[in-house]
Design a protein. Structure first.
Ligand SMILES: Cc1ncc(COP(=O)(O)O)c(C=O)c1O
Length: 396
């Protein structure tokens, strides 16, 4: 049974993160149940037939329908203000489902050059083989998006803030350009989550998530999501139903529990990240700090219009190159050397040799990913202890 929230009340995001989408079984469990079952049984052959053609609502097979996954989808849809959510096995499969659901051979994508490295690989090495071309532009220069439009442009794709340089794209302005040529604007909202920013409110058509990051929040499982109107989600759902990059019920349950603390975690990540960014900006060995919450960030004003806070990710450039960056990483004793982000544990990454290692040098240059750049996903440890750990390698 769905637990219906009072329809006369427009609940705040922290309440929706805890309660939206809850369905209870006949046992009236308080915490959401995990349905680890591949298929569902029918009362009769006629009921099976009616369920498979969508004449009767109900569950059939967990590749495309599972009650725990549905709870995750309904909760995230409520948070993003979307009509529908399609949950996927990972953030990358969310991007794939979105592209495969909406594009065909001969179509064209305009993408920000500052997107996660694997997305560039997906567009250049996989999607291209099926006849879909991508042009890369600056996330922050709206005129470049306009100039890149071709008669066959069908999709605009961006991340804001971007990984790793935290560039902030003007979603409302880019949405106007996308609409002018009939293209869908897809925004990866992984860095902010709906607790800090809701892209659909700024004119995006589709929101993408790597749930692996802040929605889980403790680095346990992989998952993703695609959200938008029912009409826009239909081909995405059909791709998932047929091809099967599906979220597991167990992972959906982990995300449901993770989302319950999303508000307090995002606030705490943001407060710690602001302190770390301010501290880094005052260090003589640091050439530049990238954090949208700092007034020195080139899109600070825009960020504060679109986002509630600067978020939890800070990148910084050391005065030296790779040697200094690796020395700082190797000097830490507490911070985790790992490529994931959005965890309670602070993580430190050298993007040029990890997350963005498989793209070309030219693409790294275009995205501003230098050998001296480090990305820190600020966790929830005592901020003074995060700073102490970073300081060890800064002044060796
Ligand atoms: C911004 C962003 N989008 C998408 C992804 C892909 O997500 P996943 O690793 O869950 O496939 C990542 C992963 O690091 C990411 O940082």
């Amino acid at each position: 049974m769905p637990i219906t929230l009072d329809p006369t009340n427009s609940y705040q995001l922290e309440t929706l993160a805890i309660r939206a989408g809850t369905h209870r079984t006949q046992f009236n469990e308080h915490s959401e149940a995990v349905f680890l079952t591949s298929s569902f049984v029918f009362d009769s052959a006629a009921q099976a037939a009616a369920r498979f053609i969508g004449q009767e609502p109900g569950y059939t097979y967990s590749r495309f329908t599972n009650p725990t996954v549905t709870m995750f989808e309904e909760r995230l849809a409520a948070l993003e203000g979307a009509e529908q959510c399609v949950a996927t096995a990972s953030g990358m499969s969310a991007v794939l489902a979105c592209v495969m659901g909406h594009l065909k051979a001969g179509d064209h994508i305009i993408a920000s050059q500052s997107v996660f490295g694997s997305i560039i690989n997906l567009f250049n090495n996989v999607i291209k083989k099926f006849g879909v071309e991508t042009t890369y532009v600056s996330a922050t220069n709206v005129a470049e998006w306009q100039a890149a439009i071709r008669p066959n442009t069908r999709m605009f794709f961006l991340e804001t803030p971007s990984n790793p340089l935290t560039e902030v794209a003007d979603m409302a302005a880019i949405a106007v350009v996308a609409k002018s040529c009939g293209a869908l604007l897809v925004v990866d909202n992984c860095f902010c989550t709906p607790l800090l920013q809701r892209p659909l409110d700024f004119g995006a058509d589709i929101v993408i998530h790597s749930a692996t990051k802040y929605l889980d929040g403790q680095g346990r499982v992989l998952g993703g999501a695609v959200l938008g109107s029912k009409k826009v989600m239909e081909p995405v759902y059909q791709f998932l139903r047929t091809a099967g990059p599906t979220m597991s019920a167990f992972n959906a349950w982990v995300f449901l529990k993770g989302m319950e603390t999303l508000k307090i975690r995002m606030d705490a990540h943001s407060a710690n990240a602001l302190s770390v960014a301010q501290w880094l900006a005052a260090q003589v060995n640091v050439a530049r700090v990238y954090y949208p919450g700092l007034p020195s960030h080139p899109q600070h004003q825009l960020a504060m219009k679109q986002q509630k806070t600067g978020g939890g990710i800070v990148s910084f450039e050391l005065k030296g190159g790779r040697e200094e960056a690796w020395r700082l990483i190797d000097s830490t004793r507490m911070i985790s050397i790992t490529a994931n982000l959005g965890d309670t544990k602070t993580t430190l990454t050298h993007p040029a040799t990890t997350t963005h290692a498989r793209i070309t040098q030219e693409a790294r240059d275009a995205a501003g990913i230098t050998e001296g750049l480090l990305r820190i996903a600020v966790g929830l440890e005592a901020v003074s202890e995060i700073q102490t750990d970073l300081a060890r390698g800064l002044y060796k």
